[in-house]
Write a protein that binds this ligand. Sequence first.
Ligand code: SF4
Length: 362
Amino acid sequence: MIIWSNKLTNFLNKSTIIMGVYMKSIYGVTIDELEGLLVENNEKKFHAGQIYDWIYVKRVDTFSKMTNLSKSLIKLLEDNFYFEKLEVIKEQKDKDVSKFLFKLSDENLIEAVLMNHDYGNSLCVSSQVGCNMGCRFCESGRLKKVRNLTSSEMVLQILKVEKLIGKRISHVVVMGIGEPFDNYDNLVSFITIINHAKGIALGSRHITVSTCGVVPKIYEFAKLPFQVNLAISLHAPNDKIRNEIMPINKAYNVSTLIKAIKDYLSITNRRVTFEYIMLDGVNDNASNAKELASLLRGINCYVNLIPYNETENISFKRTEKEKILKFYDILKKEKINVTIRREFGGNIDAACGQLRAKGKVK
Ligand code: SF4
């Protein structure tokens, strides 16, 4: 057993007590943390890369299989880390989308959605159990936040799905259950782990984080060294509509949010995506489209129009196809980059939080 130094207090705080001993999931350890731990214990830094290779390339699930490490180093790892499990309790498939319901070690349920695109396999991961943001169209918003996910629980969603499908995930979108910027530190650890060349090695540009508009964190996110994509769940062209459907707007209104995005762009020079769920009779008429175009004019962005997945618990209805196309045409004419999201998963409860909601009822 090692003695933890003060420098590692934070690290220790993220640990779990197992059989009365502080243990940390190995899947939640960044390579820098691992190197620090090795140096603290008179081991060579380079072993961190070997350990990462065993975990994320060779995908072993016991330390004893790491045959190029000394017995004492394996003992050090065994004394301080464990291989956390994530149990799949339900999987639903429909053509090119699969949805996975996971049970966490404390019995809480989360979900991830896999979408097969022609450019690769994209996984939408959850960042919290439930969500406190309360977006009125969202199933997850009905299930209040129980807790944040640890970085390891986020990493494990990728590893588990890759194992189940026997293929690599090429793109990760943090857009499942939860508001990732309400779990900021774990989100940053998660990105650090999956982005590292010796880890899962997902390129920054293949990772997207979506926020409903937690403005202070947009500024923090802009300063990170990663080239990770940012998506904003905008869903309304003005405060009146946004206040009605997204309570976050009362804390950070549309003009505050747009200013933050402009500042983000001037720092990062990276294009942002605005997500816009089309809700029948709420935000989908021609004047809404024109107002949206004028709000976003001059911003390096594209708009993703999303057909709404109706749920039995929420009264919002999806906008009909012709109206979505008209909205799209108006934005195009106004020279706004716009796409309509391919419809995924309507038959398998792929709307955020739906599978979890049903899993809980059973
Ligand atoms: S849309 Fe996202 S931020 Fe809003 S309630 Fe749902 S999970 Fe939370």
